[in-house]
Design a protein around this ligand. Sequence first.
Ligand SMILES: [Zn+2]
Length: 392
Amino acid sequence: MWRSPVSAHGWGSWGRRFKSCHPDFFFTFVIMKKLILILIPLLLFNSCSELTNDETNAPNIILITLDGVRWQEVFNGIDLELIENKKFTKNSELLNQMFFDENQKIRQQKLLPFFGNYIDNYGLLIGNNDEESSIKLTNDQLFSYPGYNEILTGFADSSITSNNKIYNKNQTILELLNNNQNYSGQVAAFCSWDVFPYIINDKRSGVPVSAGYSNLEKNKLSKLESFIDVYQKMMPLFRYNVRYDLFTHILSMEHIKNTHPKFVYISYDETDSFSHDGSYDNYISSLHNTDKMIEELWIYLQQDSFYKDNTYMFITTDHGRGDGDFSNSMWTSHGSGVEGCENTWLAVLGPGIKNKEIEKGKYYVNQIAPTIAKLAGISIKDSRAGSPILIN
Ligand SMILES: [Zn+2]
């Protein structure tokens, strides 16, 4: 360990030694000593004021979305009709082995152990339509860009009618927080789908967005981030514009561990891609894996003193899907013509969440960003925004 000359010898002996060298040098030394004595309290004061800034206690917030995951699986586990349908499920034996139980609660816990056990015990799970709990989209498009806009801005925008790469004219909660003194420069997004730089409007907002196969600034990558940057495209490509969720997960974890941002948005996408392909096996497998990733992140956050006991986690989806194998409500699909896909779900973890009673009730997706804003000590000014959910 490096030891400073001050602690090694004390000022006294240094002074005596310099005095015996040269008188001018001695006076310079005395002035330096005085300067340092003045500077030390100033430096201490400065670091104290930085500490005070941190101690505004502005909470850390992690927002996670899983694209197009149905409330049906979140609360009931695997769908008993879809696993028997050979058109959608290729290996029903495996899915039965891993996730089947007669009891709905046990099925939920088998498919989503973190949701079904931990979040159900310590957090909030809203959206179980079988139990007088719902959270619905207010946009009438019922597909991704309009859904993400609603989650992230707190209001539906009827002018968003496609998933095209158009820079969002609305400010998301990421941009609002990046403009706030308690969060500025400490906001980042990791997204599997490559449209997110446009939804978040990374150019205007200044929020770094790693999306699709792009990464954050190449010259600042850690060893692990560089590894993923090189090898992520060497996996069999399942969508040219969607990165595997595992890579998105690892990149977000690495960034959180190395830089301790105060607001992170993580967007997983595989579930929607596999559903559109009509693969119930892969949809279920991806959903199960995402539950593990979220658990891994939450366990990490509770071990890191920066995040422990001062971090909220919101988990939700951009739209539901159809209810089964029906022409008007096909599970593989979503959109304005598909019955039931306006129903989504919301999970919340964080300090002081006690009132499980609020799980029962009718909520809307446009309340999510206002709830986050309230926790962060800001408000969303747009008159179209929903009201915050009173989570604690
Ligand atoms: Zn979607």
